[in-house]
Design a protein around this ligand. Sequence first.
Ligand code: ZN
Length: 258
Amino acid sequence: MTSPSNSFQASFSGYVKNICPKYFDYCDDGRNLEWAILRKYPEFKKYKRNKLDVNEKQISIFVNSIYQKNNKIIRKNLDLYKKSWAKLGKDYFVLVSQIFGDYKWPLGKYIVYLTIWGMHPRFLEDKTFQIPFRHKNEKYINVIIAHEMLHFIFYDYFYNKFPQYKSNKYNFFVWNISEIFNNIAQDSPQWIKIFKAKSMPYPEHKKIVNKLKKKFYKKSVIIAKDLIKEIIKNKDFLPIFAGLTFGVRYAYINIIKG
Ligand SMILES: [Zn+2]
């Protein structure tokens, strides 16, 4: 595989079967649950214990009702997103190869699901991810696709070149590196020229991102290994035990384990 081709789906059954169960694991508590589900669908608050106490049938009925209600817009946007990504895809893979050199994309399904939820975790083990079925800024959809895809090659590359971080105890550390890495790559002048939109940093990464942007944007291209090493060198900026991201840490472990 030189570069993967994405398949876009608005399949209700595929989404409910393949995405939703993993998604509810991801939203175990705290910020993820708030951002991903409760802020958008406050009616789920009544199920909140430590995590959401809902079964697959309840989820399936709920998703179905949203899919039914928005059927037209889902179909329309599916088509729109596909076409819009098709235009950018070629440039995207060139940008990625500037960063990763001839490193190969990992094998996987590369299926993009249209989602009703408010966050878009990617699932590394089968290379599936999500984009919102509706977004106020359509340009931003391509930024999300680029972001999630970048995670796939990043993680593969990272564990290959830095195997010392393979242990579970580093999951949260590596997650931080991957988000900072993406943010710096996606906001670089070369990427902005193609995507016409910036990515959104996690609030806790703003400091290190700003520091490294100054350094890396002076170079004509960003090289993956250099950027990763520099992030690790600045690891004192990373929120290792920050209460705010505690939920993300466990969520991430869930995703890695699938
Ligand atoms: Zn991310």
